[in-house]
Design a protein around this ligand. Structure first.
Ligand code: NAD
Length: 264
């Protein structure tokens, strides 16, 4: 596909595997220069090499950064700037929060979840938006979850803390829309990654079902009858990042095979 993204600089955090990796790979295949990060040096190096190998785009750079650490986030932005320049596209992604109910989650689980799911997004946006304002062009794309619209049993952290990203994205859309910046979010449903297996293992522990049966059961609510792929998330992100989507601002778009049942 041709989205007109050649030469744009994109940052995709939490991208050594799963959705972040898929998004970074699609953006690289569209000609973006991509910066990816995750907590482990070796896995982010391997992911970067895989993107270069599979897309033929040599402009992929990997950095170690734990999104729950303010210092790491600050350093990630400095390294990205030094290596390739100021960021045009933030495809915000993060690691999965711990599953659990109100009784199971501890005070420190909540602290960690808030740092992971909310503070990392505000810190990245705060660090990047001033450069976008100077250029009068930018794309903020917050990869969230269908839990914003329809809570999932036993995923209390995701159901609760992630909702704040809807407020953040909408507020940034209003504040920076006049500066040529769009801010949107996507709410993905069941996408086939290790996270789905982690959730199925949690269901299996609670119910005694096998992990395979738990994975099949999750699809009963999905009219499309299958898991989504990380490439499908990547193509939606690429479209939102393109000039063709410049009139989409402040939207929160589901990509879930029809799983969300509400009309609005
Ligand atoms: P994944 O487990 O496959 O990949 C997560 C990535 O995040 C990995 O690269 C990991 O190294 C990185 N990571 C984890 N903690 C980190 C931290 N503290 N700092 C930096 N990097 C960190 O997960 P995924 O399926 O790709 O999910 C990505 C996000 O989307 C998660 O927040 C997840 O909860 C959410 N989500 C996933 C699905 C799905 O169906 N897969 C659905 C809705 C929401």
């Amino acid at each position: 596909m041709e989205f007109g993204l050649k030469g744009r600089i994109a940052l995709v955090p939490a991208a050594s595997k799963g959705i972040g990796f898929g998004v970074a790979k699609v953006l690289a295949s569209e000609g973006c220069k991509v910066v990816i990060s995750s907590r482990n040096q070796d896995s982010i190096r391997k992911a970067t090499e895989q993107i270069v190998r599979e897309t033929g785009n040599r402009e992929a750079y990997g950095f170690k950064a734990d999104l729950t650490s303010r210092e790491d986030v600050d350093q990630l932005l400095v390294s990205a700037r030094q290596k390739i320049g100021s960021i045009d596209i933030l495809a915000y992604n993060t690691g999965p929060p711990k599953p659990g109910t109100l009784t199971e989650l501890t005070e420190s689980d909540w602290d960690y979840g808030i740092k992971l799911l909310l503070m990392s997004a505000t810190r990245l946006a705060k660090g990047i938006v001033p450069e976008m304002v100077k250029k009068q062009w930018g794309r903020l794309i917050f990869i969230t979850s269908t839990t914003l619209r329809q809570p999932i049993t036993n995923l209390l952290l995701s159901n609760t803390v992630r909702l704040s990203l809807a407020g953040l994205s909408k507020s940034l859309a209003t504040e920076f829309g006049p500066k040529g910046i769009t801010s949107n979010g996507i709410m993905q449903g069941h996408i086939l990654t290790d996270r789905q297996r982690q959730i199925a293992e949690d269901v299996s522990r609670r119910t005694g079902k096998s992990v395979e049966d738990a994975m099949k059961q999750a699809l009963l609510d999905v009219p499309a009858g299958r898991y989504g792929t990380v490439d499908e998330i990547g193509y939606l992100v690429a479209f939102l990042a393109s000039d063709r989507a410049s009139y989409i601002n402040g939207a929160m778009i589901p990509i879930d095979g029809g799983m969300i049942k509400s009309v609005f």
